[in-house]
Each structure stands twice: as C-alpha cells, then as structure tokens.
Design a protein around this ligand. Structure first.
Ligand SMILES: [Zn+2]
Length: 196
C-alpha cells in the first residue's frame, strides 16, 4: 500500500530518482485506482517530454533527469501555455475570416444573378419597342416572368448552399461570370453593313 501524498511526491520527482522496486509496483497500483494521481502522472510526463526536447542531453544523462529545477518546470509550462495560446489565436482568426467572407459571398452571388436576370428583360423590352406586337409580347413576357421566378427559386437554393462553402461559392461565381460573358457575346447585334 502507498499513501496518496507519497505517490504524488514520487510522481513529481520530489524525492529524487525512481522509487525502489517494491514501492514502484505499489505506486503503479495506486495510480491505476486514483484519478488525481493519474492526472499528476500524465501532466508530469508532458513536462518531462518538453524538458527532453528543450534541454540538451549529456552522455551520462541519456535518461530524463529525475531532479528538475523549478525554473525548468516553469519554462516548460510557459512554453506549453504559449503553444496552446497560439493554436487558439489561429482558430479564432480562421473563424472570423470565414464569418467576414460569408455576407460578401452572398452579395457577389446575388449581384451575378440580378445582372444575368436583367439581360433577357432588357432584350425583351427592345423587342416590344421594335415590333409593336404588344399582345404577343405580353404572353412571352408572362412566360419569361414565370421562368425567372422558377430560376430565382433554384438560384436562391443555390446561394444558400453556396454560402455554406466558400469554395463552392467561388465556383458558382466563376460559372455565372462565364455565362454572362457567353450571353453578351451571343446577343451582340450583328455588325452594320457600311453604306446601307
Ligand atoms: Zn493518489
């Protein structure tokens, strides 16, 4: 049997060196059953590992030195805290960047959609003015409005989906730009023949 206080002293190297054989088994048994000492053992292992990487070994001290100074422990603990703080900073930065990009992405997608949607309407207006076939044009207009409503619903669903993933959004924006370019190219009026 071993007392909790003794176990803690062995685990934190306060007694110097490793416990003798008979005490070692008792210590292992105690750690298995005592969660407080288990936490201390794990913490001490981390500190030992950090000290092993931060202090150069000599040949006669190939093993971690059992007696570490308070200063060394403080350095190791501070290093550990600094690393976890840096990781937390990175995590927060990434999160805020994603938050900032989300509304911007939605705005770009919406702008692309409205630009695309306004082109057929503009062309339709020109057709009405040029042909004077108002009744027929209105029927077409209604069909176009129906079509645009369906298209708007599909795109709205697309935008909601896209804002969840910035990469997907970039892809959608790219496709919209390409489609706009193709549309403008196809709808360009034929060149006037000179002298007519
Ligand atoms: Zn204990």
């Amino acid at each position: 049997m071993i007392r909790c206080r003794d176990a803690k002293q062995w685990l934190t190297h306060q007694r110097g060196g490793d416990p003798p054989e008979e005490e070692r088994t008792a210590l292992q048994e105690h750690v298995q059953h005592c969660s407080a000492c288990r936490v201390i053992e794990q913490h001490q292992k981390q500190i030992d590992a950090l000290l092993r990487t931060s202090t150069p070994h000599t040949h006669e001290h190939a093993r971690p030195r059992p007696n570490v100074s308070t200063e060394q422990i403080m350095v190791a603990v501070q290093r550990q805290q600094r690393i976890s703080r840096q990781l937390e900073d990175i995590r927060v930065q990434q999160k805020s960047r994603v938050e900032r990009m989300r509304p911007m992405g939605t705005a770009i997608a919406a702008l692309g959609f409205f630009t695309l949607a306004s082109i057929p309407l503009l062309l339709l207006a020109i057709t009405i003015v040029q042909t004077d076939l108002v009744v027929e044009a209105l029927t077409v207009f209604n069909n176009v409005i129906d079509f645009l409503l369906v298209l708007a619903q599909i795109l709205q669903a697309g935008i909601i989906l896209a804002t969840r993933n910035n990469w997907l959004l970039s892809g959608v924006a790219f496709v919209v730009v390409i489609m706009m370019a193709l549309w403008l190219r196809l709808m360009r009026p034929p060149q006037e023949v000179p002298g007519v």
